[in-house]
Design a protein around this ligand. Structure first.
Ligand SMILES: Nc1ncnc2c1ncn2[C@@H]1O[C@H](COP(=O)(O)OP(=O)(O)OP(=O)(O)O)[C@@H](O)[C@H]1O
Length: 266
């Protein structure tokens, strides 16, 4: 089996010293693979990513138990800038582009590179991987479509030449064709050897790309397995793919679901 490049061992995360949002999770991301973290709103997926990058600091959160190891180094509570330097980049939810700057300025600023030769080389590499960004280089980021902004924040992450990229809800609010384009890019990046950890509510699309998935509920991992197994798991099909055995769609608030969910957690 591939060595894990990222490992979480019994990680607990607390906000404001009172809100326990992640309650002891253990997970691993093997080198070169794509792992997805699934689950409903509020399950603790974003909190988990923020705990890994330690951007959770900015929200008065911290890891109170367990450990996070990246590439053989314990990064629990590390300075977020050092985490990026080590090769782990976090693309936050909500496509936080610098709206008044051009695409190219966003890439350069995001790469913390200044404007030297190295920055130029990295820019060229990003443009060759994401052709659409090359065509948009002089456009103002705030006027791009949601999908283009998503490509931009992924491009910006690539500027620091990461080993692992964590992406929070890349498909959120995008039209189906754009979801396809963004996931096409992620698939290319994976094929080129990049390790990915993706948080998604769009279970179907995430399980198509991912090798392995974890399902979170109320701060805990309630289910995990290879994507192929999760896709055929009855609970996943019902809750997250919206399918029953007969293939008919069901409401999330369905009583039967509720009972099953309680069983799942119990
Ligand atoms: N800054 C914060 N301060 C306090 N509590 C928070 C904060 N951010 C999130 N939480 C709480 O932590 C829990 C997990 O939230 P989190 O955002 O990680 O869930 P999620 O699975 O990523 O859902 P979503 O898809 O809505 O982002 C929720 O109960 C949420 O209310």
């Amino acid at each position: 089996m591939e060595l894990p490049v990222l490992e979480l061992n019994n990680v607990e995360v607390l906000y404001s010293e009172v809100i326990l949002a992640v309650k002891g999770i253990t997970a691993r991301v093997p080198k070169g693979q794509c792992v997805t973290l699934l689950g409903a709103n509020g399950a603790g997926k974003s909190t988990t990513l923020k705990a890994i990058s330690n951007l959770i600091r900015t929200e008065d959160g911290r890891v109170t138990a367990g450990s996070i190891t990246f590439d053989g180094t314990n990064i629990t509570g590390a300075n977020p800038v050092d985490v990026v330097r080590q090769g782990l980049v976090h693309v936050m939810e909500g496509r936080k582009v610098l709206r008044h700057m051009t695409v190219e300025q966003n890439l350069v600023v995001g790469g913390h590179m200044g404007s030297g030769r190295e920055a130029k080389e990295r820019l060229d590499e990003v443009y060759s991987r994401i052709k659409r960004l090359a065509a948009l280089r002089d456009r103002t980021a705030g006027y791009l479509s949601g999908g283009e902004q998503q490509l931009l924040v992924i491009g910006r992450a690539l500027m620091s030449q990461p080993k692992l990229v964590m992406i929070d809800e890349p498909s959120l609010g995008l039209a189906p064709l754009m979801v396809e384009e963004v996931y096409g890019l992620l698939s290319d990046l994976k094929a080129s050897g990049l390790t990915l950890l993706i948080v998604e509510q769009n279970t179907r699309v995430a399980l198509e790309l991912a090798d392995y998935g974890y399902v979170m509920e109320s701060g805990r991992i309630v289910l995990e397995g290879p994507s192929s197994q999760l896709k055929s798991n009855e609970d996943v099909r019902e809750f997250y793919l919206g399918l029953t055995v007969e293939g008919e769609r069901k409401s999330f608030r369905d009583m039967k679901h509720y009972r099953r969910r309680k069983r799942w957690l119990g």
